[in-house]
Design a protein around this ligand. Structure first.
Ligand code: AMP
Length: 284
């Protein structure tokens, strides 16, 4: 099957019908596709007969001082990636096609949308959930695949699907990393060589916390990770920490010292002009 590019909803409807019978998996992205996105497409393929990838840099999920205008846009390369991965349809609408000029109604991410990552990016998760629900309604997939790299986003999408009875199954995909540990991200292309050396402290801190999880509780895990981040705060350029948290995977509330079971060790920091996030799932 050849790849069809749909630039608006009418074209999407036509392309969707042309896919023929079988299950459809959706992989929502903001483009600038990398190996992490490819792994989602492959996982999508395992869960469905047809894969639809959306490429849309969603203005609603960027704050006024964030990187919306300079977010990397590499559409021609993205299409080649989708072709190589056997994607059936790429849906790449314009912002004008996605949002009515007089739009009013949005999805609210609730309390869980205002903590951890949401505390640093007010309104971000409302914007994410709004666009994801719209994509679900437009593409009508049987299954949708999201990366664990954006752990709070994945948890909130599961929450939205449960709370609003959205008829789609959500599949989480493991984080793909560079050999040196750096989690792949479209934003990594902003990093200079020196930035990148500092940025490695994020994954190093998570590994230090993970190593401590065998013998220590939440406080010990956080101490081990924090020590790595504090060292990197003295690098040139420095790592500027936004948060380090050991959170309940379902609610993103900080876990208590008596917590047992899964917990997410999550970190966010700025290096130069780039803001990076990463996390690992631990079993306590
Ligand atoms: P984005 O284009 O950054 O909005 O990401 C689109 C999807 O790819 C989201 O579900 C992300 O969680 C996922 N993703 C981003 N980076 C990675 C990675 N390194 N490994 C796995 N999935 C990823």
């Amino acid at each position: 099957m050849d790849l069809t590019v749909a630039a608006d909803r009418a074209a999407l409807d036509k392309a969707r019908d042309a896919l023929g019978p079988g299950r459809i998996a959706l992989v929502p992205t903001m483009g600038a596709l990398h190996e992490g996105h490819r792994s989602l497409m492959r996982l999508a393929r395992e869960h469905a007969d047809h894969v639809v990838v959306s490429v849309f840099v969603n203005p609603l999920q960027f704050g006024p001082n964030e990187d919306f205008s300079r977010y990397p846009r590499t559409f021609d390369a993205d299409l080649r990636v989708c072709e190589e991965e056997g994607v059936g349809v790429v849906f790449a609408p314009s912002a004008e096609d996605m949002y009515l000029p007089d739009r009013q109604v949005e999805v609210s991410a609730g309390g869980m949308g205002g903590v951890v990552e949401g505390a640093f990016r007010p309104g971000h998760f409302d914007g994410v959930l709004t666009v994801v629900l719209k994509l679900f309604n437009l593409v009508r997939p049987d299954v949708a695949v999201f990366g664990q790299k954006d752990a709070q986003q994945l948890a909130l999408i599961r929450r939205m699907v449960a709370d609003l009875d959205v008829p789609v199954s959500i599949v989480g995909a493991p984080t793909v990393r560079e050999p040196d540990g750096l989690a792949l991200s479209s934003r990594n292309r902003y990093l200079s060589e020196a930035d990148r050396r500092t940025a490695l402290a994020l994954s190093r801190a998570l590994r230090a916390g993970e190593a401590r999880a065998r013998t220590a509780g939440p406080a010990g895990i956080l101490d081990a990770a924090r020590a790595v981040l504090e060292e990197a705060a003295r690098f040139d350029p420095p790592l500027l920490l936004d948060y380090l948290i050991l959170a309940d995977p379902a609610t993103f509330a900080p876990v208590g010292d008596d917590h047992r079971g899964e917990a997410i060790l999550a970190v966010a920091a700025k290096v130069g002009t780039t803001r990076l996030i990463d996390n690992v799932v631990l079993t306590l």
